[in-house]
Design a binder for this molecule. Structure first.
Ligand code: GLA
Length: 725
């Protein structure tokens, strides 16, 4: 049994071949964290978990004054219960009182893993997982809190979420409804997070936990490019290749907080959930509230081990069923090569050229609808601009399909321009707080997705296009953050529900559209990686990683995201030089190999491409097609961290071949020869270098390494392609 309860010793043990998670019940009341990490083959329950007392501790047990919620390692808690650490929940009643007293009540163990109502979550059938539900009850107000844990049978992964139910007679308000909390008996950890900004996403931060609360968050309405909704706790010694790390990833696309409190008692508390600053949920009698899910991942094989676990679970259990095993097409996106400046003729020429080069999907980005010739107007008016595109989308789609390519278009469905027919008709559909002005960003306002009529409008206006059957791909963009989060519809006591209702509205729209059009490939985008999170990946199996297409910047951005997402989930395109975001000139083959290290495509204007570049691109595309399985479904491992000179390296490996990318970064004087240890080859196999035909043993490549000679060229890339013999 993957999940068991020891009646005598009062503990739950969730375990598979690689991990154990243990929860004890103390004083028949408190749910205490015992352990999460490498599998414990036989947990007897005989170990002592000493009670620390601190002055100022309060206790619900006067007969045992040493026992205080403040010094126990708990699975959930609030700060009105005598626990003064960062809370996981907070409930206010109609009288404005915030004291609650949840005590252990009962448990259930169930086969499989149920989807979360209205929220994205990891998928799992009856054979793939087991679920433990632990019910805590506040008998005074008749409130229920169910802590839900699902354990995957064959992965070091557990998911957690919480269900709050109001069985009382009065309304309550959830001021804070965290998804998980976990107290660890140690605090000497390093905290791993990913931070950034627009066009500069996913930089790795690794810092020793400092006393107090270490927190990342978003109150922007989306998960944001500022912080990935993820945190990891590693040992000091953990490297890419070895050592322990535990990762926590929030399956949610809105405001969040993820924090670790290092306490005065050398313990630490991890807490993750919807951001309480922008949340207050009214729960009527007999209503329930389900929090989003958190994915817990444990590895003792270093950062690469953690990434492998995430990559595999997300490919198998998060990506939409219809795309998880489907090869992705090589695309040409019109944005950087054309911006708003195109005509039917200029596009038709590029489509023809794209087909000659071997491109498989043509995407018409922004600028095809309403009166949209710059970014000041027309969002919301999702009808084709036939002045600009006589013959409409049909003519372009036909030209694309005639070349046996696929056709895709761009939408930014959550937005409304002041200059749009939609705004004339429904000025109140934008988020707004009367009488304050609604602030603009990129000349646009945000539609109020908490409203059903707005959700229906988006579903129907996109469906009209998708029903024609001529659109194979949609790029779903979202280019601003939320301000004036309010509306005139909801009562005063529900205004702070709108941020979460917005996300629920978005998920509803995506659920309907992806169910209605399961064959359409959706790509997630928010000015690049502004909402690159597991919640979005549940509906859309790939994300436009960053608006920054410079090779050097991309080597770092993709390096960062690869901690969590497999390359197939990260859109990566070759673009023109000098690069449009940073002005840098990098070699075309470097741009090619970095783009192949993600979900491969191009952003160039093919009408302006030189003959030489066309030849190189044709070769890149042919090469990628021949090895697409390796790039899209092989294992991806990082070999070098980007150093101060920006050099980095990674490899792709499957049962037949290995492809190594060494990106040299900036040239150095006396450039040394590097021995690049490959670490992940089969020790018992031999490998042949495709170029030189020299044969090496897997174990020598792992331990000694391939020789990379220093190049006298900035941004040079060296690659090795090895065949497993
Ligand atoms: C965002 C996207 C770009 C492009 C533009 C169009 O910035 O990230 O790729 O689609 O919008 O306006």
């Amino acid at each position: 049994m993957a999940i068991s309860f020891n009646q005598e010793k009062q503990f739950f043990h969730l375990s598979n071949d690689s991990i154990s998670y243990i929860i004890g019940i103390e004083k028949e009341t408190f749910l205490c964290h015992r352990y999460f990490g490498k599998a414990i083959k036989n947990f007897t329950g005989n170990l002592d978990f000493p009670v620390t007392t601190g002055a100022f501790s309060v206790t619900p047990f006067p007969e045992d004054p040493h026992f205080s919620p403040h010094t126990r390692l708990l699975e959930t808690s609030t700060n009105t219960s005598g626990d003064f650490r960062v809370p996981n929940y907070q409930i206010r009643n109609e009288a404005g009182k915030t004291v609650t007293d949840f005590r252990y009540h009962s448990y259930q163990i169930k086969k499989g893993k149920k989807p979360l109502s209205g929220l994205p979550s990891l998928r799992g059938n009856e054979e793939e997982g087991t679920t433990l539900e632990i019910l805590l009850v506040d008998t005074i107000q008749n409130l229920h809190m169910t802590l839900v844990y699902s354990l995957y049978e064959k992965a070091p992964i557990i998911t957690r979420h919480i269900i709050f139910e109001n069985h009382g007679k009065n309304t309550i308000f959830l001021e804070n409804a965290g998804s998980m909390m976990m107290d660890l008996p140690e605090s000497d950890y390093e905290l791993i997070t990913l931070y950034g900004s627009h066009a500069n996403e996913a930089h790795l931060s690794r810092e020793k936990l400092r006393p107090g609360i270490n927190r990342i968050e978003s109150t922007r309405g989306t998960s944001s490019p500022q912080y990935q909704p993820f945190l990891g706790l590693s040992e000091k010694e953990t490297t890419q290749f070895s050592g322990e790390i535990t990762g926590f990833h929030f399956v949610y696309s809105g405001n969040f907080v993820a924090q670790v409190e290092k306490t005065q008692y050398q313990t630490s508390r991890v807490q993750i959930g919807i951001h309480p600053d922008t949340f207050d949920w009214r729960l009527l009698p007999n209503e329930s509230f389900t929090t989003p899910e958190v994915v817990l991942n444990y590895s003792n094989k270093g950062f690469n081990g953690l990434s492998q676990n995430f990559h595999q679970i997300y490919q198998k259990h998060l990506a939409p069923e219809s795309f998880k095993d489907t090869q992705r097409p090589i695309l040409l996106n019109s944005w950087e090569g054309n911006y708003f400046d195109f005509t039917t003729d200029s596009l038709l020429k590029q489509i023809k050229k794209a087909a000659d080069l071997g491109i498989e999907l043509f995407v018409l980005d922004d600028g095809w609808f309403g009166k949209r010739n710059d970014d000041h107007s027309s969002l919301g008016d999702w009808f084709v601009n036939t002045d600009k595109l006589p013959g409409g989308l049909e003519k372009i789609a036909k030209a694309v399909h005639d070349q046996t390519m696929q056709f895709g278009i761009w939408f930014e469905p959550e937005m409304i321009s002041r200059e749009s027919d939609l705004h004339k008709k429904h000025p109140d559909w934008a988020l707004h707080v009367t009488p304050y002005p609604s602030l603009e960003s990129r000349s646009q306002l945000v539609l109020d997705l908490s409203r059903i009529e707005v959700q229906d409008y988006i579903i129907e206006s996109l469906s009209k296009h998708l029903e024609t059957g001529t659109i194979d791909y949609v790029k779903w963009d979202m280019n601003r953050h939320l301000s004036e989060v309010g509306n005139d519809q909801l009562e005063a006591t529900r205004q702070k529900e709108i941020s979460h209702r917005y996300v629920l509205g978005l998920y509803h729209i995506l659920e309907v559209l992806t169910q209605r059009f399961p064959a359409v490939l959706f790509e997630n985008c928010s000015s690049g990686g502004g909402r690159f999170d597991p919640g979005m990946m549940y509906y859309m199996p790939q994300t436009w990683t960053s608006d920054n297409t410079d090779a050097l910047c991309r080597s770092q951005i993709q390096y960062g995201y690869s901690f969590l997402y497999p390359p197939i989930m990260m859109g990566a395109h070759v673009s023109d030089v000098p690069n449009h975001q940073v002005g840098r000139i990098t070699p075309l083959n470097t741009r090619g190999y970095l783009a192949m290290s993600g979900n491969f495509g191009y952003e160039n204007n093919l009408n302006q491409l030189s003959e030489t570049d066309q030849t190189v691109i044709k070769e890149q595309i042919a090469f990628y097609k021949a090895h697409r399985k390796l790039f899209q479904f092989g294992h991806f491992y990082r070999l070098l961290d980007p150093t101060s000179t920006f050099a980095t390296s990674w490899l792709f490996a499957d049962e037949n071949e290995v492809f190594v990318v060494y990106f040299h970064g900036l040239s150095q004087p006396s450039a040394e020869t590097i021995f690049l240890k490959l670490h992940y080859l089969d020790e018992n196999a031999t490998y042949e270098d495709n170029k030189t035909k020299v044969v090496y043993s897997g174990s020598e490549l792992n331990q000694i390494g391939l020789v990379v000679r220093g190049a006298r060229e900035d941004f040079h890339t060296t690659t090795f392609h090895l065949k497993k013999l």
